[in-house]
Write a protein that binds this ligand. Sequence first.
Ligand code: NDP
Length: 246
Amino acid sequence: MSSLNGRTALVTGGSRGMGAAIALRLAQEGADVAITYVHSEAAAHEVVTKIEAMGRRGFAIRADAAHPGDAAGAVDRAADDLGHLDILVNNAGIGVLGPVGDLTLADVDRVLAINVRGVFLASQTAAGRLRDGGRIITIGSCIAQRVPGPGGTLYATSKAALIGLNKALARELGERRITANLVQPGPVDTDMNPAGGPHADGQRALTALGRFGSADEVASLVGYLAGDDAAYITGTELSVDGGHAA
Ligand code: NDP
């Protein structure tokens, strides 16, 4: 029997990259899974088709994490349509890098709206909708632990904010056996950060293992945190970074 049989999940930003791999992993473990997307409608429907091919329920919700109503509404929609909600994976995020002096107010507002406010609002709504024993798993970044060079002020600010949110959620929801954990990936080969991109070699050199991670390697950790075996892990940051922080 799969470990997540009978559970339901929402993965934000599940159309591509790590979010898609996480959605498929949770379905493989037995969960019914809803995903959100903004632009990649065809890719989102492909993920849903794969979830359904595993014999699970899946559906895609167009919900922009930058919009407060969408960020919270997707959680309500997933809980309503799936019948209940056990797992929220806050994965949707964007990276805007550049010298601190070049970042515009619009950059600051957009990154904080998606990477921080959207995660806060989804988690706030999930706090009221998750069943006891549920999971909030948030995708942060290794940059919150170690900033390896210039250009990361805004992105690091946004991902570091998640450390505080995650700890506070764990404290608030622990009495209902709901755990909250922050997964901090290192360089992972996705559209956001391709292993063949111009800055890839420098990132590889910063890891102990000398390589990019795969989306599946992050999904594997999320799958573990979602399951019963991880019931005593909460309020913590877990790195899946090839030794980027070592
Ligand atoms: P990708 O850019 O490859 O995929 C991003 C996903 O998020 C897509 O499904 C996209 O959907 C969705 N998304 C983007 N903006 C929004 C939004 N406003 N509302 C809802 N969904 C949105 O990113 P990754 O898979 O690489 O990154 C996933 C997470 O991991 C992010 O939080 C990122 O910051 C973090 N991370 C990534 C690292 C890396 O090296 N790749 C390293 C450390 C952390 P659509 O296409 O439909 O718009």
